[in-house]
Design a protein around this ligand. Structure first.
Ligand SMILES: C[S@@+](CC[C@H](N)C(=O)[O-])C[C@H]1O[C@@H](n2cnc3c(N)ncnc32)[C@H](O)[C@@H]1O
Length: 222
């Protein structure tokens, strides 16, 4: 698919081996933490943006009350989506090749949106467009939970984040290190409704963003 985001078709076959290494073994724990924050206490519609091979998406589907709710994972890399579909088994989960900046979803159609280790694959302009889209597809009062590389808060975190930047030569990672993801949230329609929930490994932050419950689905104030 055509996007200026850093897509991972070339890494699809190896991604599930590499991801735990790149997160220093924390990947599954962080994914479980994200799912806990979703409060899936009733059937919900949940969208996973930049889902990769779908490990988090499957975890969400497994936490949904049996036979109820809706879980969709999207990724711009078609090969990632192929792996995600293969691994889904008989779960009630759908995977689609799609762009975060042009989500193929109706406005206000999701109770929750998640994304993990995705925003450091987008430049600032694309970060803005993806955040706008997440806002649009959330229902009024709906919540997004976003985990990503962020401003390091200790030496260890700073070393890890900068090592990632040097290793992958991704300017988008440096933007996150410099706090650009936060500025994008602050300038978006989530302004005043986003917060840092928890911080991990010195450079990873879990953010929560809530869509104003007074808005209508199309974004007007009710
Ligand atoms: C590091 S992976 C994260 C995968 C998964 N969320 C996880 O936690 O393991 C980032 C993903 O973002 C996808 N991506 C990059 N640009 C995108 C875009 N514009 N729209 C949707 N997905 C995109 C890549 O193909 C890749 O699979």
């Amino acid at each position: 698919m055509r996007t200026t985001g850093v897509t991972l078709d070339h890494a699809a076959a190896l991604y599930d081996w590499l991801a735990p290494l790149m997160t220093l073994g924390l990947e599954s724990r962080l994914h479980r933490h994200v799912v806990d924050r979703l409060n899936l206490d009733r059937p919900m519609a949940v969208l996973d943006v930049g889902c990769g091979t779908g490990s988090l998406t499957r975890l969400i589907a497994d936490r949904m009350p049996p036979g109820k709710g809706r879980t969709l994972g999207i990724d711009a890399a078609e090969k990632m989506i192929e792996v995600a579909r293969r691994k889904a088994g008989s779960r009630r989960v759908t995977f689609e090749a799609a762009l975060a900046e042009e989500l193929p979803c109706a406005s206000g159609s999701f109770d929750r949106v998640v994304s993990t280790f995705f925003f450091h694959h987008l430049d600032e302009n694309l970060k803005k467009r993806a955040v706008d889209e997440i806002h649009r597809v959330l229902r009024p009062g709906g919540r997004a939970v976003i985990l990503d590389v962020d401003v390091p808060y200790n030496l260890f975190g700073s070393l890890c984040a900068h090592a990632g930047y040097v290793l992958f030569r991704q300017p988008e990672i440096m933007e996150n290190i410099q706090g650009k993801l936060r500025s994008v949230f602050a300038a978006s329609r989530f302004a005043g409704r986003w917060s840092l929930v928890s911080r991990h490994s010195g450079y990873i932050t879990l953010f929560e963003l809530v869509r104003d419950s007074q808005e209508t689905k199309s974004g007007d104030i009710a």
